[in-house]
Write a protein that binds this ligand. Structure first.
Ligand code: MN
Ligand code: MN
Length: 259
């Protein structure tokens, strides 16, 4: 296994509907280390805790601090798994990643395509990060899975940026294909059905099962150089079940990133 850094980003200023994701990082970490489960991922690979360089949680005052924090951690020359935070954090993270990985591909798991040009007057809203990433040329390819909220504006944006969208209504996990370049995975927990992940701000029924997301992650055959788990809202959770799901998916992601 190879070393890897973890950073928590306590930030939900760009949430459009409810606050809460700033509280998420320590709770996901607590679920991850909870003795109720072991640290083996489903590929049989136990996560070696001694190889995790946990940078801790960062209280963010200004949006672009997220870029500076990420850049400083990338200087260690390790991959980073980020615990969010609302989904707006992915744009500044990818800004930092782009300097190191000019040919980055992104896999986004989400109920929403987050491609709004602006949302309620804010171009950095959590509804906009992938519009900012694509118009700045920070990724060579964006693949979205789990989408079930497209509207005419976001359809146009997807066309404009050449986004590959696998909508829930015609999902075929086998059709997602392979990635040729370094891959970043952005996991918005609301991509998963609220029956499995109630602890999110935007309940959007008809989503992915926990099993489908594990399968999606484990079947990836590419170098995963970074990932984030975003939009966990503890104030909406039920008995911590979404924290445990986030921790489980963190284990699956780490097993793929560290090998
Ligand atoms: Mn999102
Ligand atoms: Mn979402």
């Amino acid at each position: 296994m190879k070393p890897l850094s973890i950073q928590g980003i306590k930030w939900d200023e760009k949430s459009s509907f409810q606050r809460g994701p700033r509280l998420a990082p320590p709770l996901i970490r607590e679920a991850f280390f909870c003795p109720s489960a072991n640290l083996s991922a489903e590929n049989g690979q136990p996560i070696e805790v001694s190889l995790l360089d946990d940078k801790g949680d960062f209280e963010i005052e200004d949006y672009f601090e997220i870029e500076r924090v990420t850049r400083s951690h990338l200087e260690d020359d390790t991959k980073i798994l980020t615990l969010g935070g609302d989904h707006s954090i992915t744009f500044p993270i990818i800004k930092a990643y782009h300097e190191r990985y000019p040919k980055l591909e992104i896999l986004q798991i989400d109920a929403h395509s987050d491609l709004y040009d602006e949302f309620e007057g804010d171009r950095y809203s959590h509804a906009c990060p992938f519009a900012r990433i694509m118009e700045n040329g920070l990724a060579v390819r964006l693949v979205q899975v789990g989408i079930r909220t497209l509207n005419p504006h976001q359809n146009l944006q997807a066309e404009r940026f050449g986004v590959e969208i696998h909508q829930m209504k015609d999902l075929n996990l086998g059709a997602i294909g392979t990635f040729e370049n370094p891959l970043y995975i952005s996991l918005d927990l609301d991509g998963i059905d609220p029956a499995f992940a109630p602890g999110v701000s935007h309940h959007e029924p008809g989503g992915l099962t926990s099993r489908q997301v594990i399968e999606l992650i484990q079947n990836i055959d590419a170098e995963i150089v970074g990932a984030d788990i975003v939009e966990y809202n503890p104030e909406r959770d039920f008995k911590g079940m979404t924290a445990y799901l986030a921790a489980k998916l963190m284990k699956e992601l780490l097993s793929k990133m560290m090998t």
